[in-house]
Design a protein around this ligand. Sequence first.
Ligand code: SF4
Length: 610
Amino acid sequence: MDRAYTLPPLGANPSSTAAGTTPGSFAVPPRIGPGTAGRWTFSSPDTPGMPQPSDKTAWNFLPEGWSTTAESGGRKAEGGCVTFEQSDGTCRSVSFPPDFEPVTQLEHARVGNITREMKRVAEREPHLTAAQVRDEVAAGRMIIPANKVHLGYKLDPMCIGRASKTKINANMGASPVSSGTEEEVEKLHWSIRWGADTVMDLSTGGDLDECRDAIIRNSTVPIGTVPIYSMIIGRKLYDLDHAAILRETEHQARQGVDYFTVHAGVLREHLPFVKNRLIGIVSRGGSLLAKWMIDHGEQNPMYVLWEDICDIMRRYDVSFSIGDGLRPGGLADASDRAQLAELATQGELTERAWRKGVQAMCEGPGHVPFDQVEYNMKLERNLCHGAPFYVLGPLVTDMFPGYDHITSCIGATAAAYHGASMLCYVTPKEHLGLPKKDDVKQGCIAYKIAAHAADVALGIPGTRDRDDELTKARAALNWEKHFDLSFDPDTARAYHDEDLDVDTDFCAMCGHDWCSVRISKEIVEFASGKEDDYQWDRAKVTAALTPDQQVILEKRGVLSPEEIHRLAAKTRKAVGAEDGKGSCHSDYVETDKARQLQDATIALVELEVP
Ligand code: SF4
């Protein structure tokens, strides 16, 4: 039998130094380029039957009075016309009304400007140039959510788009039964500490205005809100009218909110499609607007007012996060007619936002079986012309309440690999209660794992570098460096120290004699500096795992840090390290002495590599 194999076509290498022996990413090679040329950016290979990327970009949806053509020649500008060089060296000419002044990042990109925010984004995404950032923004595939008011506080500009690294969002907000402004600001700092790239204030209780203001002023990351929540505070839903919608939109834009979730895609004609669902409408905004439409017998006011809302958002450069009010709330309702009809409307709303010069991303599900995740991502890139997709999870099973940060992290990894640009975290409290600080941490970490795993898989340059450094520290049994490179060093250290001191050439997982990393190190280097009776051919059962330590292992995760360290200190004695390094440590003897030991006892093996 012929057991030859061939590798699939390779994408980019996520390691800057091509470290290690892996052949590289199995994703599609990235094609970053202006206009439609960049519609593949970083993407997974398509499973047969997947929708292809749209052949349109934001350049196809310019405001009235604008036009664009491919040009030759360098940058020139005259009243109402500019020609500029794009990131691939080609030139584009853009005509616009002579009195036009760019306000939003999208408008600046359309006239060839590279803004300060684009430069900052390129610094934070070292695989992209500022010109590439501009071209992605101009194509509508990337947004820089940066309200001009928030830029005046502490906002550090970032981007959301498939050409950049995958971002994560953390939700927070006071509810009518729990939390207040101070606690929410603390949660904001906590979320940023654990890697949130944006934060949504979803408060529905307490002093909403004060809470929002405090969060914006304290935040270095973009803040998103769902303005309809505030619109119905203090009035009956039935009384919500067009004036109140525009007034609150303007108010929150003036406060400095960077992006708004607006559920304008839920149309009256979609409502019959939810009738046979198991769980109906699970979006707060979607359910409120559905009720309003039924009560009034009118179309969704957000849809009707879209251009007016755009005009307000443009003035402050607030970005859209076009809401998915009909997202599925359970696997049984996924990819159904209601959800996909709304997605098509989200595509229409994206085009209308772009015509108004407003940046837009689209929101997506929700609860989706694992096999349907790719289709959902690739349908969005088609219907919404590659506008960044911002998905909630998705959860890939419904029967693990209390663990939905895990059920959704699995779906989120697939979503990011197949095309999502930002992942909205889910905490262990999902469906059960308002997340507290530790829930926020658990949610953020689960989603950093999802985003990072996808970035490495997609071959985004440099994204594997820290993994490789940690692998090297792990191979060297260098525990201190191992902890330092960990995303959560304290937890890594505490887990390790429950069982053993750091100064050992193994950990309690396998113990000295079964530590494959130590044995491997002996094979490629030298005998880890062990005393004679610690050498590999004279294995000895280590004293490291005492009965006390077995108890510690059983209690892992419930001990306080103080208790962990108190118990860990006892282990120094167990490995004979009370007066210095444990005898098992590679530095226990001089390197030369170790090499002599090895030469004397280990036969060198010449490996023949075909
Ligand atoms: S003892 Fe096992 S888990 Fe621990 S470092 Fe060695 S091989 Fe890894």
